[in-house]
Design a protein around this ligand. Structure first.
Ligand code: BTN
Length: 247
């Protein structure tokens, strides 16, 4: 069954992620349907991964949505992979074919090596090893890039991009991939993600908390974890959470 999206657009919010989290905290998750989307035309205090700030401007896209897969706790990493793949599908449809859109583990989307979109995932506490819901926040640089080292979709097409139409494309792509994942499992999603990642075989440093692990990017495993070959010990290491830097 595909997701029945219900989009609530606000002119101005501090953070779509916090607004949706608060709705769930106040009303209970059972009263917020899967597919509820909170979209802000202007977001002032966006949260990014690793406690960072996500800067956005009026011309860009910020939204959060809730899904209720009730999946096993061990599959949490697969959700990040589903999200990255769905946004990259919408990006590829939007930008010119002269540019390459690639995925960086766990869920960044890059065009020509620069980030154009980020995803923040808040998982509900597990109940009997099952995660009842996830709140997924998406920030996409559509027409401007607040950080000099990042990029935006507009830099890679001559077409005019309507942010709300783009959001619908992302949601529709997510719904297709999510539905397939629920019925057929992770294998196909995993292969498609691996086809679109950019750094297989390249030397990376992964920041895990305050430590760095160096190695060569190998793959992602069947749970969506990063697998690197550790240069020092010549063995494979599985990483569930961290930040990847190319060396
Ligand atoms: C990242 O650090 O790459 C993730 C950024 C996620 C930002 C989005 S914008 C919509 C939603 N609301 C937030 O406060 N954060 C997420």
């Amino acid at each position: 069954m595909t997701i029945n999206w219900s989009v609530n657009t606000h002119e101005h919010l501090a953070s779509t992620q916090d607004t949706l989290k608060e709705m769930v905290a106040v009303n209970g998750a059972y009263s917020i349907s899967e597919g509820t989307v909170i979209h802000a035309i202007q977001q002032d205090s966006g949260r990014g991964r690793h406690g960072r700030v996500w800067e956005s401007e009026l011309v860009n896209l910020t939204f959060s949505f809730i899904i209720k897969p009730n999946c096993d706790i061990s599959n949490i990493g697969q959700i990040a992979i589903l999200c990255g793949l769905s946004i990259s599908n919408a990006v590829v449809e939007t930008i010119s074919e002269n540019y390459k859109c690639v995925l960086k583990w766990p869920n960044d989307i890059l065009i020509n090596d620069r980030k154009c979109s980020g995803i923040l995932i808040d998982a509900a506490p597990a109940e009997h090893n099952k995660v009842p819901y996830f709140i997924i926040g998406v920030g996409i640089n559509v027409t401007s890039s607040p950080l000099a080292e990042a990029t935006c979709l507009k830099n890679h097409t001559d077409d005019i991009i309507d942010p709300e139409k783009f959001m619908k494309d992302v949601l529709s792509s997510f719904s297709d991939i999510y539905t397939q994942w629920k019925s057929d499992g992770f294998d196909d999603v995993r292969s498609k993600w691996i086809e679109k990642t950019y750094n297989i075989g390249r030397e990376v440093s992964v920041k895990i908390g305050s430590n760095h692990v160096k190695g060569y990017f190998h793959s992602i495993d069947t749970y969506g974890n990063l697998v690197i070959i550790c240069a020092k010990e010549d063995k494979k290491i599985k990483i569930t959470s961290g930040e990847v830097f190319l060396l």
